[in-house]
Ligand binder design. Structure first.
Ligand code: MTE
Ligand code: MO
Length: 372
């Protein structure tokens, strides 16, 4: 059993698949803390978790012909200037279960918890690439990452990002060896993972073994044949994966974590809580909440760390404390966020449904009963 050596996990996680391990924290816990505690940070593995020895670990960085290839130990990585940034990581499949409810899709049934936030510490990718002799070049190039987790045929997990993002110090792409002040837990990529702020989780390659600059995107299945969006009319007979760009920056997202769907709330006052985030460093500027299915709206209070313009890598938590409208037996609570490009979330799933169930960011709706 290739999974026999997987690490122990926190029992509170809601498991979507045991082998490979995929699990999310329950919604209430998810927004209890601005920084998600490591043991309940959502986990998305495609393969068994490798068990790597930190003493013999080497990161292979392929240099250009005029430069030099590097074989970096952990100690070598520690010698680069250390950067610490708070970044929210979201899987492209977050909230997929809502797409499934509309029409069947292929993928894990994530609810609202395939998203978490940590303070990551590590070396900047641009510093490491520069040491190998890489420069930003005119033509389109990509930085390809290979994980040390592999399938029975020996194929490694892989993904890539554009070189321009990798070399931009403002984009703050990290080779992270710390998560919330501790070495990375095994499930989250020990000893080194990539953190690409504002970009879909799939490119944050864990158990990083190799970095190379290539003229083309990674040839990995997960770069080319997965994690792409399509029109609702495209099905598995007609899909052409080469016709769509790979997902990088994600669209604006928000969800209600409290109260939960189907819950009975007391009369008087109700506190509605949730998270909001947008890709590409776009800051959330507003979260609108409705108690009547989207007819009237109130603005929620934004909590958590204020984000820098163009570098809003982390989520905002939000809450709205309101009187429960008298005489109502039930409420249809809805939330939607607006980012600083004034991007908004679509009101329903229908126009964004896609066969892989990715990019699921319709208004989040929670139906609750009011106690008599
Ligand atoms: N890296 C490797 N090597 N193997 C993987 O299976 N999964 C990716 C990404 N990096 C993956 C990986 C996906 S799809 C996501 S959403 C994130 O890791 C999840 O990171 P987490 O498990 O730390 O939350
Ligand atoms: Mo993912």
């Amino acid at each position: 059993d290739p999974y026999a050596d997987d690490p122990k996990r926190h029992p509170v996680l809601k498991v979507n698949s045991q082998c490979p391990f995929n699990a999310e924290p329950p919604p209430g816990l998810l927004t209890d803390n601005y920084i998600t505690p490591n043991p309940i940070f959502f986990t998305r593995n495609h393969l068994p978790v490798p068990n790597l020895d930190p003493d013999t670990y080497r990161l292979h960085v392929v240099g250009p012909p005029e430069g030099q290839s590097l074989s970096l130990s952990l100690e070598d990585l520690y010698r680069f200037p250390k950067h610490e940034i708070t970044v929210t990581l979201q899987c492209a499949g977050n909230r997929r279960s809502e797409m499934t409810r509309f029409k069947e899709v292929k993928g894990l049934e994530w609810r609202t918890g395939a998203i978490s936030t940590a303070c990551w510490g590590g070396a900047r990718l641009c510093d490491v690439l520069a040491q190998a002799g890489h420069q930003v070049c005119e033509n389109e190039a990509h930085v390809c990452f290979e994980g040390l987790d592999s399938d029975p045929t020996g194929t490694y997990y892989g993904a890539s990002i554009p070189l321009a993002r990798a070399m931009d110090p403002e984009a703050e792409v990290l080779l992270a060896y710390e998560m919330n002040g501790e070495p990375l837990p095994r499930d989250h990529g020990f000893p080194v993972r990539v953190v690409v702020p504002g970009v879909v989780g799939a490119r944050h390659v864990k158990w990083l073994g190799k970095v190379s600059v290539e003229p083309e995107e990674s040839y990995s299945h997960w770069q080319r044949r997965d994690y792409k969006g399509f029109s609702p009319s495209v099905d598995w007979d007609t899909v052409d994966f080469d016709s769509a760009p790979s997902i990088q920056e994600l669209p604006v997202q928000s969800a209600i974590t409290e109260p939960q769907d189907g819950e009975t709330i007391e009369t008087g006052e109700v506190t509605i809580r949730g998270y909001a985030w947008s890709g590409g460093g776009r800051a959330v500027v507003r979260v609108d909440v409705s108690l009547d299915g989207g007819i009237t709206w109130q603005t929620a209070e934004l909590n958590g760390e204020e984000q820098r313009p163009r570098k809003a890598w982390a989520w905002r938590l939000w809450q709205l404390k309101v009187p429960v409208p008298t005489g109502k037996k039930e409420l249809n609570i809805v939330c939607k966020a607006v980012d600083d490009s004034y991007n908004v979330q679509p009101d329903t799933v229908a126009p964004i449904w896609n066969l892989r169930g990715v990019l699921s960011n319709a208004w989040h709706r929670v139906h609750v009963h009011v106690a008599k």
